[in-house]
Write a protein of this length. Structure first.
Length: 301
């Protein structure tokens, strides 16, 4: 068991999952407070890092692409205060943070967790029902139906049609974009078979966001809807043509499969796995390079 307690949250690792509980510090954003406790299974992790600093450092969890619906819909655009996978670490707790990192990395290596993209969501997403009022409207979602209602800031071209309601099964996509500079953000629901959408301020299936405090909460709504839709990678795989079957094995692969592998010292192989993990965490190896190198080492056991 490894645990680190800081002002903006507590992280606990029991060997199977990282449990994240947000703190009540002023630096904890409204999204993290509303999302509440998050349990990240080990198989959803791509890595973990500690970034030390003079006054404070950071712990960061890196999840596999496609494992978390919240990260899928936000695409790395969440502000730091809203990021549930970041923890500010006081300088005097650096040793605890590094121990936490070592424990998680060792478990990833021992369990041979694939750091590559996930083909299905491995986290359940925000709890439902959920309702958020921000920008020019309110979005409510009960796990099956999405309801949109408007307020006094809504353009008449959008509000004149009245509230909107539709089911998850009718959707082709849900998208969230934060406000940036002078550009407003939005949460957009695209219905299957719908024509190209107008600008967010005129689209009756889009809530426009003006850059206020509650805007990031719309990302929770988007994630709650997205996790109940087909996973993007699964949908893409279904659309791809099936590869042609090979009639004969490739000679080089057949030969390598038939050759026995000489046994090697297990301690040396474990050290090599740790070195590869450090290279991957440091950004020297890509996820694909790390996975290939790891498999090559594991075959020698």
């Amino acid at each position: 068991m490894a645990e680190i307690i800081q002002k903006d949250g507590t992280w606990t690792f029991d060997g199977d999952a990282v449990r994240i509980v947000p703190g009540r510090d002023k630096g904890v954003g409204l999204l993290r407070q509303t999302l509440g406790e998050v349990v990240v299974p080990l198989r959803a992790l791509a890595g973990i890092s500690h970034e030390p600093g003079r006054r404070a450092g950071r712990l960061r969890l890196r999840l596999r692409d496609g494992a978390d619906p919240l990260l899928q819909v936000t695409g790395g655009r969440l502000p730091e205060a809203s990021d549930p996978y970041r923890l500010t670490v006081d300088a005097d707790r650096t040793g605890v943070a590094e121990y936490f990192v070592d424990e998680v990395r060792s478990a990833l290596l021992l369990d041979q967790v694939d750091p590559g993209p996930a083909d299905a969501y491995l986290l359940p997403g925000p709890a439902v029902p959920i309702s958020v009022a921000a920008g020019d409207g309110t979005v409510a979602f009960d796990g099956d139906r999405v309801a949109l209602d408007w307020n006094w800031t809504t353009e008449e071209a959008k509000s004149s049609g009245g509230p909107r309601e539709f089911r998850v099964g009718d959707l082709r996509a849900v998208e969230w974009s934060p406000s940036k500079g002078l550009e407003n953000g939005w949460i957009r629901f695209t219905l299957a078979g719908a024509p190209a959408a107008p600008a967010p301020k005129y689209d009756p299936h889009t809530v426009e966001l003006f850059g206020f405090k509650k805007d990031p909460l719309m990302a929770l709504v988007a994630a709650a809807v997205a996790v109940r839709m087909p996973h993007p990678r699964a949908a893409a795989a279904a659309a791809e043509p099936a590869p042609a079957l090979s009639k004969a094995p490739v000679p080089e692969l057949a030969a390598s499969a038939a050759e026995p592998v000489a046994p090697e010292d297990h301690d040396a192989l474990l050290r090599r796995l740790r070195e590869l993990g450090d290279l991957h965490q440091g950004g020297i190896l890509t996820a694909e390079e790390f996975a290939a190198a790891k498999q090559a080492v594991l075959r020698r056991f």
